[in-house]
Write a protein that binds this ligand. Structure first.
Ligand SMILES: *Cc1c(COP(=O)(O)O)cnc(C)c1O
Length: 400
């Protein structure tokens, strides 16, 4: 596969040159003050990206999956009940992880293509008069279906039921790309990783933890060692880490946050919205549909495109990789073969997106799907022409 082409999978994402240079750094003694100087700005920066004033930020050498595990094992005990909805492969995997840790997961089965069912959550919480549910788990952006959920509505469900359960949100494919308001939404644990919105290589599990969630740590009985928040916070008090920290990624994280903040978070979110909207115009021009069932559910970081019945969508991904050296995402789980995914998050511009749309058209034409070359590109071009300049593009930023 050509390394010249951008990738269009929803993580890992394209790594900008600036971040590749930032992680290319000689080893340092992580017990020296040099590490502490690198560490604190990264922690403070993540808190700002989460739009939180009070979250404790914790970084582990792991990925988003490790952050799921750290969140539940540090705050819950085997047998504890948690409430979750399954509407895609990522919400499914988090549920599975909880069960393997001996948690009792009440699952609300939700059609894939829908988002977090706030009304059903509210009913379940109201029915739980003895408050046995300790936490509600929500996947903010279901990367498998390209569906974004309304976390504020889940918070309202908890409040309407006057239920004290903690709210844990997987923001792995939303944080740093789409609006995520930890404090305003009353999120108790926010979860992400380094290789999506932060545009870095995989290797950091990133968590924001509310004071209420931290209070739950002392009584939680799930076994944990590597991921123990207590060890992390104890060693941090002296600028350290409980084991060898992934120094290069932590350094990269600070630089990534600097890039995001130089652009400005509202502009970052707007850029993702614009790019996604162009992709959606292209999908409509192809006569195809998204897996997400309604515009309010459309993700600005990944579009999951349904293919005509009887056609195996995986062929699109394989052919794009083999013939054109371009990566798209396959369908996962229940939607395997039914859709392919265009990831458009992180280091992405409308010009890059046009190349992905053009490639998808070539692939679909090669495979005999009734897609006219240029149709989706033209629809996206019209949208990008009309909306460009709403925010500074990456190119003009670099020139400034
Ligand atoms: C990518 C992703 C994960 C898993 O993250 P890993 O870093 O691969 O462990 C979890 N949740 C969502 C929504 C994701 O997109």
């Amino acid at each position: 596969m050509s390394t010249q082409n951008p990738i269009f999978i929803p993580g890992p994402t394209n790594i900008p040159e600036e971040l590749r240079r930032a992680v290319d750094y000689p080893s340092i003694d992580h017990r020296s003050p040099a590490f502490a100087e690198m560490y604190k700005p990264a922690l403070d920066g993540v808190r700002r990206i989460l739009q939180s004033k009070e979250a404790e930020v914790i970084l582990f050498p792991a990925t988003g999956t490790g952050a799921w595990e750290a969140a539940v094992t540090n705050t819950l005990s085997p047998g504890d009940k948690v409430l979750a909805a399954r509407y895609g492969m990522f919400s499914h995997r988090w549920i599975d992880l909880c069960r393997r840790h001996g948690l009792d997961v009440e699952v609300i089965e939700t059609p894939w293509g829908e988002g977090a069912p706030a009304d059903a959550f509210e009913q379940a919480l109201k029915a739980d008069t003895r408050h046995t549910i300790k936490a509600v788990l929500v996947c903010h952006n279901e990367t498998a279906t390209g569906v974004v959920s309304d976390i504020a509505s889940v918070r309202r469900a908890l409040d309407a039921a006057r239920h004290p359960a903690l709210l844990y949100v997987d923001g792995v494919s939303s944080i740093a790309s789409m609006d995520f308001r930890m404090d305003e939404w009353g999120v108790d644990i926010a979860i992400t990783g380094s290789q999506k919105g932060f545009m870095l290589p995989a290797g950091l599990a990133i968590l924001g933890i509310s004071p209420r969630a931290l209070d739950a740590v002392a009584s939680a009985k799930c076994p944990r060692c590597f991921f123990d928040f207590r060890d992390m916070l104890k060693t941090r008090a002296t600028g350290g880490f409980p084991y060898t920290p992934p120094v290069n990624l932590i350094r990269g994280l600070s630089v990534s946050i600097g890039m995001l903040e130089a652009e400005g978070l509202p502009r970052v979110f707007d850029r993702h919205r614009r790019i996604a909207e162009g992709v959606r115009k292209a999908v409509a021009a192809w006569g195809l549909h998204l897996c997400a069932k309604r515009p309010a559910l459309y993700s600005d970081t990944v579009s999951a495109v349904l293919v005509p019945d009887g056609f195996d969508a995986t062929r699109i991904v394989t052919h794009a990789a083999e013939k054109y050296g371009v990566a798209f995402g396959v369908g996962l789980g229940e939607v395997a073969g039914k859709l392919f995914r265009i990831g458009h998050l992180g280091s992405m511009t409308d010009v890059m997106a046009l190349s992905g749309i053009a490639t998808a058209e070539m692939v679909m034409a090669d495979l005999g799907l009734p897609v006219a070359l240029g149709s989706g590109v033209a629809a996206a071009q019209e949208y990008y022409r009309a909306s460009a300049g709403r925010e500074k593009t990456a190119a003009s930023r670099a020139a400034a």
